[in-house]
Design a protein around this ligand. Structure first.
Ligand code: NAD
Ligand code: DAU
Length: 331
């Protein structure tokens, strides 16, 4: 297959491209605008006869139309992805997540091309800490932030284009990813690189918020399974039973990096901060036979810490600007 991967120079998209090259014969064309979050170095070392790169924007209808004409299937990762940025300036989230997805859907309709849309568990809002329910594909949408509301909008557009125009699409909503190539603005890489730089890790509020962690490579294998065997029009939730509160994660990072477990600071909380996400991935596991390979969070985190220690040239250029942004917002 000739796959077009939008946002393939970002964190999860680049992990997916590496996964596809390692596990399939597909050819990949990456379409990426190289925003502050995109990095060509995340694709370094991949064979030129398997991966090509197009620098462009998913809102550029002419370019998108041209690229859809050359592909057999599209996997759509491109997005503005960071909640804190969406609170500071929502506009780019509307442009990329809503108009960008609309642009792809119109091209998918014209070319009758198979599309997989990547989304997030945040569209379902949040859960109480003691709620026995987890998110499923029938949980009502209830997004909290500008980021998650634009992702929810994009999901609804995909569903409408499936129903009204017969677009051959699937959707997936995944929980929090960790692993290599994640921007230092995000929770885990921010704390790891803080410790490397002798800055104390920063925990929002009391740190009791729970995220359901999954390794990015497990997300990739799930997306490939859905692309190859998923039922058209269906939504699959992707998660690896990795619920942990933020305080536990920070303490584990500090311990794994040889520091005192309490050597972190509490900082001001995020506005509208979702309390807990939790995914029930039974449908994906039962229907497509998917299982995650990174069951041991501590081992996956230790490998991720090693990756950031060994790849300072990849993350260092973004570190100072990221910390300056947080300092202005009291984080
Ligand atoms: P990221 O911010 O690391 O990467 C986004 C990529 O998209 C970057 O390479 C950027 O340059 C590109 N991009 C942004 N706007 C673009 C545009 N208009 N045109 C073309 N390219 C553009 O994001 P990520 O964390 O890798 O997330 C990827 C996708 O996965 C997103 O759709 C996100 O909503 C979803 N998701 C993320 C997580 C997570 O934990 N990070 C979990 C579930 C779902
Ligand atoms: O659930 C999936 C979502 O996970 C994706 O859709 C988003 O694209 C992705 O960014 C992520 O969203 P979160 O807001 O959960 O991730 P973030 O890494 O920003 O924060 C994780 C948790 O850590 C959250 O509760 C806020 C907290 N936090 C974050 C930072 C940056 C801190 O306590 N300190 C920090 O410095």
């Amino acid at each position: 297959m000739r796959l077009l991967v939008t946002g393939g120079a970002g964190f999860i998209g680049s992990n997916f491209v590496h996964h596809v090259v390692a596990h399939t014969d597909h050819h990949v064309t990456v379409l990426d605008a190289l925003t502050y979050a995109g990095n060509r170095a995340s694709l370094a070392g991949l064979p030129a006869d398997r991966v090509s790169f197009v620098h462009g924007n998913i809102t550029d209808a002419e370019l998108v139309d041209d690229l859809f004409g050359q592909a057999d299937a599209v996997v759509h990762y491109a997005a503005e992805s960071h909640n804190d940025n969406s609170l500071a300036d929502p506009r780019p989230f509307l442009d990329t997540n809503v108009i960008g997805t609309y642009t792809l859907l119109e091209a998918a309709r014209r070319h009758d091309i198979r599309l997989h849309h990547i989304s997030t568990d945040e569209v379902y809002g949040d859960l109480e800490l003691d709620d026995p329910q987890r998110f499923t594909d029938t949980t009502p949408y209830n997004p909290s932030s500008p980021y998650s509301s634009t992702k929810a909008a994009s999901d609804l557009l995909v569903r409408a284009w499936v129903r009204s125009f017969g677009v051959r699409a699937t959707l997936s909503n995944c929980s929090n990813n960790y692993g290599p190539y994640q921007h230092v603005e995000k929770f885990i890489p921010r704390q790891i690189t803080n410790v490397i730089r002798s800055i104390r890790p920063k925990l929002y509020g009391a740190g009791l918020n729970v995220r359901d962690w999954i390794h990015a490579d497990d997300h990739s294998s799930a997306v490939l399974a859905i692309l190859e065997r998923g039922r058209l029009g269906e939504t699959y939730l992707i998660g690896a039973d990795g619920e942990k509160d933020n305080k536990t994660v920070v303490e584990l990072i500090l311990t794994l990096m040889g520091q005192d477990a309490d050597a972190y600071d509490h900082v001001s909380d995020r506005a509208g901060h979702d309390l807990r996400y939790a995914i029930d991935s039974t449908k994906l596991r039962d229907e497509l036979g998917w299982t995650p390979q990174y069951g041991d969070f501590e081992a996956g985190l230790a490998a991720t810490i090693d990756w950031y220690r060994n790849n300072e040239a990849w993350w260092a250029p973004a570190k100072d600007a990221t910390e300056a942004f947080y300092a202005k917002r009291g984080h």
